[in-house]
Design a protein around this ligand. Structure first.
Ligand code: MRU
Length: 364
């Protein structure tokens, strides 16, 4: 995707061919800052402190983190420590485990001399595969938007509501939930996006709004509580969100607040789609609500907010009374029964084990 007209991915190799470059997403939308990662510890910090975030990009960063580790210490001990340190960064997005396991299975049997080259090669493949997967998600999801466009006589925009950021910033390129929107927009379909602000970290207000704006997609930022009202009044044609972990049952775990949107959509007969790449499916889990680990982050993210003053200064303020405790659950699970369909790189599936296995028959 383009930033001020220049094409970017969210992660790439530096010119020296070994360090890893990322966009520091904590600085958006006010500043576009890239950062250089040189060690596995840098990569772990980038994931834990959310310089990079979004399930697929967490996976790609972890893969490059393993490559950085092998560049520094390709011993068996170095491999184990890198795997353990990266695995401990964030608990919910299963792409992290998927990417780390891919790397460990590849690297463990190799000699220390062979590991760095193999690790960089596989990390690059994981990044390239993510781009191809997300592009295919866009192709498979775009007809759902086109259908609404045609149904309403192509005279008014198709209104899509999304939550958090499941755009290109959350992946290597294209995004998951936003990929069908970009493809529809590029195909000349009039699409408008309701962007949930997504408290507490405001990934919608800060990141989704920014990247839609960079691509010229019409959008409106709304407070998190607005979606139900809009759906009651026919102002949402469909919802599309991402997911950090999809149980084999079709339950989807995504940014906190997604479940409430799905409930409102269900009550108002608004289709609720979830877009996901294959590596986001956790085939070992069959009850997402009770099995998927939910990350709890610092209460400071709830009690404090960062923004830009009219004078242009970026500052953080406290919004709660001194002494009021806060809790920060980062994700929730939407049961499969509330999901209209799962948009994947292989097509659109019913949100069920049968539906998913129809698209991924190799899972048996
Ligand atoms: O905490 P975050 O910002 O990493 O959460 C991201 C999301 O919830 C996304 O919707 C999800 O990772 C899907 S990304 C394509």
């Amino acid at each position: 995707m383009n930033v001020d007209g220049t094409p970017y991915r969210t992660i790439w190799l530096a010119e020296d061919g070994w360090a890893v470059m990322i966009i520091d997403q904590t600085r958006l939308p006010f500043e576009f800052v890239t950062r250089r990662l040189e060690t596995v510890s840098d990569a772990a910090t980038a994931i834990a402190d959310m310089w990079v975030r979004g399930a697929p990009l967490i996976g790609a960063t972890a893969a490059y983190g393993m490559a950085l580790a092998m560049h520094g210490d390709a011993s068996d001990a170095g491999l184990k420590k890198a795997y353990d340190d990266l695995m401990a960064t964030r608990p919910t997005a299963v792409n992290l485990r998927w990417a780390l396991n891919e790397m460990r299975v590849l690297l463990a049997p190799l000699s220390a001399e062979q590991r760095a080259e193999a690790a960089y090669k596989r990390a690059a493949e994981i990044a390239d595969e993510d781009v191809a997967i997300c592009s295919a998600i866009g192709d498979n999801g775009m007809p759902l938007i086109a259908e609404h466009w045609a149904r309403h006589g192509k005279v008014r925009p198709v209104n899509v509501l999304t939550h958090c950021n499941a755009g290109w910033l959350a992946t290597v390129d294209w995004g998951t939930a936003l990929a069908p929107i970009y493809k529809a927009h590029d195909a000349g379909i009039d699409v408008h996006v309701w962007v949930d602000e997504t408290r507490p970290r405001n990934q919608g207000a800060s990141l989704t709004a920014w990247e839609l704006g960079q691509h010229g997609v019409p959008h409106t930022v709304i407070a998190d509580n607005v979606g139900g009202h809009l759906m009651q009044h026919g102002q949402v044609d469909l919802c599309i969100t991402g997911t950090d972990r999809t149980a084999a049952s079709g339950d989807v775990c995504n940014k906190i607040g997604t479940y409430l949107k799905a409930l409102a959509a269900h009550d108002n007969n608004v289709p609720f789609y979830v877009a996901l790449p294959g590596p986001t499916i956790d085939w070992t889990m069959h009850d997402g609500v009770h099995q998927i680990p939910i990350e709890q982050r610092s209460p400071d993210e709830v009690t404090r907010m960062t923004g830009r003053t009219d004078g242009g200064e970026i500052t953080t303020v406290t919004i709660t009374p001194d002494g009021s405790p806060a809790a920060n659950f980062a994700f929730d699970v939407t049961p499969a029964r509330l999901v209209t369909g799962l948009i994947t790189e292989r097509g659109v599936a019913e949100a069920s084990e049968t539906g998913l296995k129809g698209l991924y028959p190799e899972q048996g």
